[in-house]
Design a protein around this ligand. Structure first.
Ligand code: AHR
Length: 318
């Protein structure tokens, strides 16, 4: 009799611990709690990404705890630690920079809370620190931008590059993809490259400086639309015509970028899709249920010329 009671008590205790979210799945009511540590609100892309995550969590019935790190890694680490303390069922985040995550991800692993990377990767030797990584292939995006330039330049071409946040996966990978592609033409030279931190004001400031220090700029490669849009302001203020005197290539394809492409001020945009919310919620449900998921899920994306932007713009969701 005593043995039966002890066994029953042990079973109750185990169920209670599991329901607390320590790696054993959703709470009793079946509701999953997700802690999401966002990069910030640096760009139109990011705003669309945040909206997609918040709306998808709501429609998937997932309880979302959301934090904005204001582009600071220490804020993201703090947020992740607080999600671990709160024993959420799953943690998702878009890492501001690639390196420096092993300790906090190990803490999540020890607490048996699965982690999903969205949008940006971490640089770690231990791939067991996260369940899956959902996001774009940034090297491929850089290659597409470089390919357009290879096909559309004529004669010696001086390029200035507006880089994203230093140390961030999209900044590193887009630079690599673009650089590797254009090096097949000895005519194309990157004459200056500097970070604009993925912001419009950063892009404007850096472009103003480039216009002063570089006498002959043919092309701007901006690693996102916002920096490209900032560069347009600087080019116009310097009395030049963007899209004509200086060609502009950007990445993202958010509404304002697509508008500038339609107007002929930007020449080509490589798409980076921010609407990751629905796929993220699906993956989260599977991971919390203990189902296998692919370790890498690559987002589907396209590219836009001026004509394609004019057609796509009326139905653009972001
Ligand atoms: O990580 C995705 C990049 O981050 C987007 O291209 C950019 O706009 C954002 O800030």
């Amino acid at each position: 009799m005593r043995k039966t009671i002890t066994t029953a008590l042990a079973a109750v205790l185990l169920t209670a611990l599991t329901a607390c979210g320590s790696g054993g799945g959703a709470a009793d009511d079946g509701k999953i709690t997700m802690g999401f540590a966002q990069v910030g609100a640096e760009s139109g892309w990011r705003t669309a990404n945040t909206k997609s995550i918040q709306e998808s969590a709501k429609s998937a019935g997932i309880d979302l705890k959301f934090s904005d790190a204001q582009q600071k890694q220490e804020n993201q680490i703090k947020a992740i630690r607080s999600y671990i303390q709160q024993k959420v069922d799953v943690i998702a985040f878009s890492p501001v920079v690639e390196t420096g995550w092993d300790n906090v991800l190990l803490e999540a692993k020890r607490a048996k809370i699965p982690v999903i990377l969205t949008d940006r990767a971490v640089d770690s030797d231990d791939e067991t620190l996260y369940k899956t990584f959902l996001g774009s292939d940034f090297i491929e995006e850089g290659k597409k931008a470089g390919k357009w330039l290879l096909d559309n330049h004529s004669g010696p071409t001086n390029v200035v590059e507006l880089e994203g946040t230093t140390g961030a996966a999209p900044a590193i990978d887009r630079k690599k993809g673009f650089g590797d592609t254009i090096k097949s033409s000895p005519e194309i030279k990157v004459v200056a490259s500097q970070t604009g931190d993925f912001t419009r004001s950063g892009g404007k400031q850096v472009m103003e400086a480039f216009l002063k220090s570089q006498p002959d700029i043919d092309v701007v490669f901006a690693q996102n639309d916002d920096m490209g849009l900032g560069a347009l302001e600087a080019i116009k203020a310097a009395g030049k015509k963007p899209g004509v005197d200086i060609k502009v290539i950007t990445i993202d394809a958010v509404h304002d970028g697509m508008q500038a492409l339609s107007n002929g001020e930007i020449n080509y945009i490589v798409e980076c899709n921010p609407l990751l919310g629905p796929q993220l919620m699906d993956l989260a449900k599977k991971v919390v249920a203990g189902e296998d998921v692919p370790h890498r899920v690559v987002t589907k994306e396209t590219t836009f010329t001026q004509e394609q932007a004019k057609t796509a713009l009326p139905d653009r969701k972001y």
